[in-house]
Design a protein around this ligand. Structure first.
Ligand SMILES: Nc1ncnc2c1ncn2[C@@H]1O[C@H](COP(=O)(O)OP(=O)(O)OP(=O)(O)O)[C@@H](O)[C@H]1O
Ligand SMILES: Nc1ccn([C@H]2C[C@H](O)[C@@H](COP(=O)(O)O)O2)c(=O)n1
Length: 688
C-alpha cells in the first residue's frame, strides 16, 4: 500500500494482463457478523478482504468476545467462533472507523443482544459521525430497543442498553425508510433472526428502496446461514418464527465486484484488442451475487467489449472513443463512480441519475466528483441526485491535476483511470492510502498491468563518490514518492564477488568471461539481503575486498554493457530512484532529475567507519579513508562511464547536512520539475 502524501501517476498508454481482486467488502463484513451470530458454532470464512473496514468489524467482534483465528499463513481464511450471549462483556466501546458496513449491522445486532445491566458505545471517525443513522435507530426503537445519541441527534456515536423485552415481544411489525441507505434494512434483516425464535417479524419499507442489489446480497447470505426471509415485492420482508442462525461450516467470499469496475473500465480504455491485449479479472464473474456486477452492462453500453464466465471477466476496447450514456444508476451506486471517470473518454455528455446516496457516503461524492473532474478540464453539472460529465473538448484543455481524495477509496481508485488521458498529462492522487478501506494493493495491482512509455516513467538519479550517502538518500526519497530503488553499486559488488567465487581474475584479459558471468548472475534480492545461488552474500560484498573487486570489475566495458539492460529494466511504475556513478550520464540520460551528491573525504570516511562498526565489523578510519580515495580515483579515471556529474546534474554537498535536510532538498528540486500541481512536494515534505 502507498502510505505517502501523494502518488504521482505519469501518463499511461495501455494495459494488459490478469488481475486477482481482493474479497468483497460488503460480503466480508456481512459474513463475519453472520458467523459471529451463530451461537456455539464455528465457521471458516475463506478469502476475507483484509482492509480498514474489515479490521473495524473484526476488532469489534473480538472486543465482544468472539474467537477469531487465522487458519493459514495467508491470513485470508479465518475461523470464527459464534458469540455467546451469556458471555458478552458488560461494557464495550467499539470504534468502527468509517465502516458503514460495520456500524449499521452492529448497531442493530447489539441493540437486540445487549443484556440488562450491559451498555455498549459505538463510534467512528469524524466523517462517520456525520453519516446519518437516525432512520435505523427509529426502526429499532419501534421494536423496543433502547438507544441514545451520545452527541448529535440522528448520528453516531450511539449508546446501547438492553431492549425492553415486553415491547420486543409485542412490536413485531416495524417500518424503515428505504431511500436513505439500504444498509439500514440490511442491518435489520441481519439482526431480527436473533429475536424471531417464537414469532414472525415483519419489516415494511417506506418509500422507494434504493440499492436493492445490496439487499439481494443480504438475503442470499442469510439463506447460507439458515434464515429464509420472505420478500414481498422488495417492500415487505418477513423473518419467520423459528428462525435461528446455523453455520454453513465453511463459506467463500467472492472478489469485490465494485473493485472489478476499475479493471473492466481499464480494459475498455486501455487494452487494444488489435494488439492482443485484454484485462482478465479473476474471482468474480457472471454468477456473482453482488449488484455491482451489473456494472458490466453499463460499461458495455459505453462500448467496452466484455466477456464473462461464472467467476471471471475479461474486458477490451470496443467502441473508441467510448459512447456517452444516460443511465439510472440506482442499481450500481458504488461502481457508477467509475462511469463518471470513464465519461472523460466518451464522445458527448454522460448523465448519471438516481445517485442521491452518493451524498451520504464516505464524502459527498457528487460534489467531490464534480470538483475533481473539473480540475482535469471536464465540464461538469450536477443536481441533488445526478451528475453530467462532458470531457475536455480538445487536447490543450486537459489539465495536469492533483486529485484530492476526501478519505474516499473510490475517489482514489476511479481517478487513477484519468492517467490514460490522450493529452498525456500527469496526475497526482493525494493521500492514496485511502484505498486501504477496500483494496489496499489497488495501485500495485494497477501498476502490474498498466504500461507507460519508458520515457514517461520518472527516474531520479543520485550519483556521487563512495560513502557520500547516495543509497541512504535514494531510499528516503523513494519512500516519500512511493518509487522503487536501484542500488547499481550492488550489481558491481555482486559481479566482483562472483568473479572471485568462480576463480576468475578481474582483468581485461577475462572481459568476455566476466561479462558472461555478469549477464547471468543467479542473484535474488530478498528485502535488504542479497543471495547468490541461495548463499547470503549481503555482508561479504560490503567488505573492503568486496569494494575493491567491485571497483575493478566496474572498469571493464563489456561487464558494464552486460549490466545495462538489467538497470534500465528497473525503471517501473510509478517511478525509480537510482544511485551509482553513471546513472545520470549513461544509464538514464533522460532522467527528469539528476543529483550529484558529494561530501568531504573526511566526513565520508567517518560515516563509513560508523556504519561498519554498527554492523559489528572491524574498521580503521585511516585505512578506510585511503581505500575510498583510491577507489574514487580509479572510478573517476577509468575510460568507460567514469564517475562524474552529468552536465545537467544538480550538485549537493551534504558534508554538513543531515539526511532529512538532504531529502527535503531533493524533494523540493523534484517539485520544481513538476509545475502545474496545486500542492507541491516541498510543502508536503515539510509537514512530516
Ligand atoms: N547526510 C548524512 N549525514 C550523516 N550520515 C549520513 C548522511 N548520509 C548518509 N549517512 C550515513 O553514511 C553512511 C554511508 O551512506 P550510504 O551507504 O548511503 O552511502 P553510499 O554513497 O550509498 O555508499 P556507497 O558508495 O558505498 O554505495 C551510512 O551509514 C549513512 O547512514
Ligand atoms: N553505477 C555504478 C555504481 C557503482 N560502480 C562501481 C564503483 C564502485 O567503486 C563500486 C561499488 O559501488 P558502491 O556500492 O560503492 O556504490 O561499483 C560503478 O562503476 N557504477
Amino acid at each position: 500500500m502507498f502510505d505517502i502524501p501523494f502518488l504521482g501517476l505519469p501518463p499511461l498508454h495501455s494495459a494488459h494482463g490478469t488481475v486477482s481482486l481482493p474479497g468483497s467488502k460488503s460480503i466480508s463484513n456481512r459474513v463475519l457478523l453472520l458467523a459471529a451470530l451463530c451461537e456455539g458454532a464455528y465457521t471458516t470464512v475463506h478469502d476475507v478482504l483484509e482492509s480498514d473496514d474489515t479490521d473495524a468489524m473484526l476488532g469489534a467482534l473480538r472486543q465482544l468476545g468472539c474467537s477469531i483465528e487465522a487458519v493459514d499463513e495467508s491470513g485470508r481464511s479465518l475461523r470464527i467462533g459464534g458469540l455467546s450471549r451469556q458471555h458478552l462483556p458488560t461494557t464495550a466501546s467499539l470504534h468502527l472507523g468509517n465502516a458503514g458496513t460495520a456500524m449499521r449491522p452492529l448497531t442493530a445486532a447489539l441493540a437486540l443482544l445487549t443484556a440488562p445491566g450491559c451498555e455498549y458505545e459505538l463510534t467512528g471517525v469524524a466523517r462517520m459521525q456525520e453519516r446519518p443513522i437516525g432512520d435505523l435507530v427509529d426502526a429499532l426503537r419501534q421494536l423496543g430497543c433502547r438507544i441514545d445519541y451520545v452527541r448529535n441527534e440522528g448520528y453516531p456515536p450511539l449508546r446501547l442498553h438492553a431492549a425492553d423485552a415486553q415491547a420486543l415481544a409485542q412490536n413485531t411489525h416495524i417500518r424503515v425508510r428505504g431511500n436513505v441507505s439500504s444498509q439500514f434494512l440490511t442491518a435489520l434483516l441481519l439482526a431480527l433472526p436473533l429475536a424471531a425464535a417464537e414469532r414472525d417479524y415483519v419489516i415494511e419499507v417506506e418509500g422507494e428502496l434504493i440499492s436493492r442489489p445490496y439487499i439481494h446480497i443480504t438475503l442470499s447470505l442469510l439463506e447460507r446461514f439458515g434464515i429464509h426471509v420472505r420478500n414481498d415485492g422488495w417492500q415487505r420482508f418477513t423473518i419467520p418464527a423459528g428462525s435461528r442462525y446455523q453455520s454453513p461450516g465453511e463459506i467463500h467470499v467472492e472478489a469485490d465486484a465494485s473493485s472489478a469496475s476499475y479493471f473492466i473500465a481499464l480494459g475498455g480504455i486501455a487494452s487494444d484488442p488489435t494488439q492482443g491485449q485484454r484485462i482478465t479479472i479473476e474471482g468474480v464473474g457472471a454468477d456473482s451475487i453482488q449488484g455491482d456486477i451489473r456494472f458490466m452492462e453499463a460499461a458495455a453500453q459505453m462500448g467496452v467489449h466484455i466477456e464473462a464466465g461464472a467467476n471471471w471477466i475479461s474486458a477490451t476496447r470496443g467502441a473508441w472513443p467510448l459512447k456517452a450514456i444516460e443511465l439510472d444508476c440506482n442499481h450500481i451506486p458504488d461502481a457508477a463512480m467509475t462511469l463518471a471517470v470513464m465519461a472523460l473518454y466518451a464522445e458527448g455528455t454522460t448523465r448519471l441519475s438516481n445517485i442521491g446516496s452518493w451524498r451520504v457516503k464516505e464524502t459527498d461524492r457528487i460534489d467531490a466528483m464534480q470538483t475533481e473532474l473539473r480540475k482535469l478540464g471536464a465540464t461538469v453539472a450536477s443536481g441533488p441526485d445526478w451528475i453530467a460529465v462532458t470531457p475536455p473538448a480538445r487536447l490543450p484543455q486537459w489539465q495536469t491535476a492533483s486529485i484530492a481524495t476526501y478519505d474516499d477509496h473510490r475517489m482514489a481508485m476511479c481517478f487513477s483511470l484519468a492517467a490514460f488521458n490522450p493529452a498525456r498529462v500527469p496526475l497526482r492522487i493525494e493521500e492514496p492510502r485511502c484505498v486501504g478501506k477496500t483494496f489496499p494493493d489497488y495501485f500495485e495491482t494497477l501498476f502490474a498491468v498498466a504500461r507507460a512509455h519508458p520515457a514517461d516513467i520518472p527516474v531520479i538519479c543520485i550519483d556521487g563518490p563512495s560513502a557520500s550517502g547516495k543509497g541512504t538518500l535514494a531510499a528516503r526519497v523513494a519512500e516519500r514518492l512511493g518509487f522503487a530503488t536501484l542500488d547499481s553499486g550492488a550489481l558491481y559488488r555482486i559481479a566482483g564477488w562472483a568473479a572471485q567465487h568462480h576463480g576468475l581474475d578481474i582483468s581485461t584479459a577475462n572481459a568476455t568471461a566476466l561479462a558472461q558471468l555478469a549477464r547471468t548472475l543467479p542473484v535474488a534480492f530478498v528485502q535488504d539481503r542479497v543471495f547468490y545461488d541461495g548463499e547470503d552474500i549481503t555482508l561479504a560484498i560490503r567488505s573492503s575486498e568486496g569494494s575493491r573487486n567491485a571497483s575493478l570489475i566496474s572498469a571493464i566495458g563489456p561487464v558494464r554493457e552486460a549490466l545495462l539492460s538489467f538497470q534500465r529494466d528497473s525503471a517501473r511504475l510509478p517511478g525509480l530512484v537510482a544511485d551509482g556513478r553513471d546513472m545520470g550520464t549513461v544509464v538514464f540520460p533522460q532522467a527528469v532529475l539528476k543529483v550529484f551528491l558529494t561530501a568531504s573525504a573526511e566526513k565520508r570516511a567517518e560515516r563509513r567507519y560508523k556504519q561498519l562498526i554498527s554492523q559489528g565489523l572491524a574498521a580503521n578510519i585511516t585505512t578506510l579513508r585511503e581505500e575510498l580515495e583510491t577507489r574514487d580515483a580509479r572510478d573517476a579515471s577509468r575510460s568507460v562511464a567514469p564517475l562524474r556529474p552529468a552536465d545537467d546534474a544538480l550538485m549537493l554537498d551534504n558534508s554538513d547536512m543531515d539526511i532529512d535536510t538532504a531529502t527535503l532538498q531533493v524533494l523540493s528540486w523534484w517539485a520544481q520539475k513538476h509545475p502545474g500541481f496545486q500542492r507541491d512536494n516541498a510543502s508536503d515534505s515539510a509537514s512530516t
